[in-house]
Design a protein around this ligand. Structure first.
Ligand code: PLP
Length: 458
């Protein structure tokens, strides 16, 4: 039950951004009274009614009550085709029957068993087989935790403290390197480099090399705007890490789905350690970190110098069973190639339409992870997308809000910041309808997009 964009002359007259945004907001509020009430009630016990910051948007988020395939239903009865895909964790959609069966079977055998179970070693074997850098892997409960352990393992292995990360990088709630840097980042000694800057980063590593325990990098900035790394940038990181005895960690929490063996396989650049998460738990809570045997050896409890890696739910049967079934029976190498090829076509299709209309708008990303940007021209790092002034920031936030509210109104669920991830149950019709809806936004909002682009460049 979508409620399409009005295309009346009065609506078109909203050719300045603030009035278009406030009209879209009014429409959203009128269409979502139950979600609004729930958000108000939630704020009595949760700060801002929220327990996961990325799900917050103004005026309030719609409450999702159910999901089936790639369709979400909200509290007011609207249906949305899901192009957010739970920020990549929703690869399998919301009700995959094979996964439901695996989860039901695990549930039937009981939960919180307090011992090794039959699933965990099968899942670890499969993951080590798929991802080139993993001799050994250990499980945890989130991507954030996976990165905390990977960085801690690198510090232990090298006996050094500093960690090189990149602007725009996101490695979890305590590892965010946007602008400004998050004040609640984990208290590691971070050095922040510029993504894809081969020369500058090379010099930084030459200078700091002997103090660096780890280089922590996403082989494509995910939350930072779906900005792919250049292969030669990743290769340079690998070469310099080898040269200076630094542990190179690829955070493939998002990107491991972009090729059968992740972007490390795609680029043929093998890190020393890898952090994983999201869809690899088959829709259940999940994280994993692993890598070279001589680094992971310290987590072997039989070793005299072993360190403890605890975690009550590290091997919880629901994540282990769902993760195993998903990777083994559903997200096969062929399925990974198929979904990512579809993502490449969708990106090309929307970019072609933007070009046709002369709109400063583009989709970036790789395969099934994509993002919208209100600018044309190449984007190599997060800074290329950041506003330079308060006015530019306000404009960008306004445009993101307008696109988000317009797409919700047209029955498509995406993130406010313009992030998309595709899921297996999406159909060809869904992709066509989505590209049409984005094009409709370009056409209906053309006066705003072009007028503002003429006065403010970002
Ligand atoms: N690393 C990357 C690249 C991510 O995108 C995320 C989450 O979005 C994380 C780590 C953190 O994962 P989690 O939300 O499971 O803690």
């Amino acid at each position: 039950m979508s409620h399409p964009l009005p295309t009346t002359p009065a609506h078109r007259a909203n050719s300045d951004l603030p009035s278009a945004v406030s009209a879209a907001e009014e429409r959203f509020i009128a269409a979502n009274p139950k979600s609004m009430r729930r958000a108000e009630e939630a704020a009595r016990s949760l700060p801002g009614g929220n327990t996961r910051t990325v799900l917050h948007y103004t005026p309030f988020p719609v409450t999702i009550v159910s999901g089936e395939g790639a369709v979400l239903t909200d509290l007011d009865g609207h249906l949305y085709t899901d192009f957010l895909g739970e920020f990549t964790a929703g690869l399998y959609g919301h009700s995959n029957p094979i996964l439901k069966k695996a989860i039901s079977e695990a549930l039937a055998s009981g939960v919180v068993l307090g011992g090794p179970n039959p699933y965990e070693a099968q899942l670890s074997a499969l993951i080590c087989e798929r991802f080139p850098s993993l001799d050994r892997v250990r499980f945890c409960n989130s991507g954030t935790e996976a990165n905390l352990y990977a960085v801690s393992a690198a510090r232990l292995f090298t006996g050094r403290d500093k960690v090189l990360v990149f602007r725009g990088g996101y490695h979890g709630g305590v590892f965010y390197f946007g602008e400004p840097l998050s004040p609640i980042n984990a208290p590691f000694d971070f050095i922040v480099g510029r993504y894809n800057d081969i020369d500058g980063t090379g010099k930084l590593i030459e200078k700091e090399g002997k103090a660096l325990a780890a280089i922590l990098v996403e082989p494509m900035l995910g939350s930072g705007g779906a900005i792919p790394a250049r292969r030669d940038f990743l290769q340079m990181l690998r070469d310099k890490a080898e040269q200076h005895g630094i542990v190179l960690i690829f955070d493939e929490v998002m990107t491991s789905r972009l090729a059968p063996g992740g972007l490390q396989e795609h680029h043929e650049v093998t890190p020393h350690m890898t952090a994983l998460g999201k869809y690899l738990g088959g829709g259940m809570t999940f994280g994993a970190f692993g890598g070279r045997q001589d680094i992971m050896r310290r987590f072997n409890p039989y070793e005299a110098d072993a360190v403890s890696h605890a975690g009550t739910f590290n091997n919880n049967v629901l994540s282990m069973a769902a993760g195993l079934t998903g990777l083994r029976d559903i997200y096969t190498p062929e399925a990974a190639q198929g979904l990512n090829a579809i993502g490449e076509s969708l990106k090309a299709d929307i970019n072609r339409r933007a070009k046709k209309h002369g709109i400063p708008f583009q989709v970036t990303g790789t395969g099934s992870i994509l993002a919208f940007h209100f600018q044309s021209g190449a984007i190599a790092c997060a800074e290329d997308t950041w506003p330079h002034s308060a006015a530019e920031r306000e404009r960008l936030e306004g445009l993101r809000k307008l696109l988000h509210l317009d797409l919700l109104s047209a029955g498509f669920y995406v993130a406010r910041r313009g992030f998309l991830s595709l899921s297996l149950p999406l159909t060809e019709d869904d992709y066509r309808a989505f590209a049409d809806a984005v094009e409709e936004f370009m056409v209906v909002r053309e006066p705003i997009l072009s007028a503002d682009a003429a006065t403010v460049q970002i």
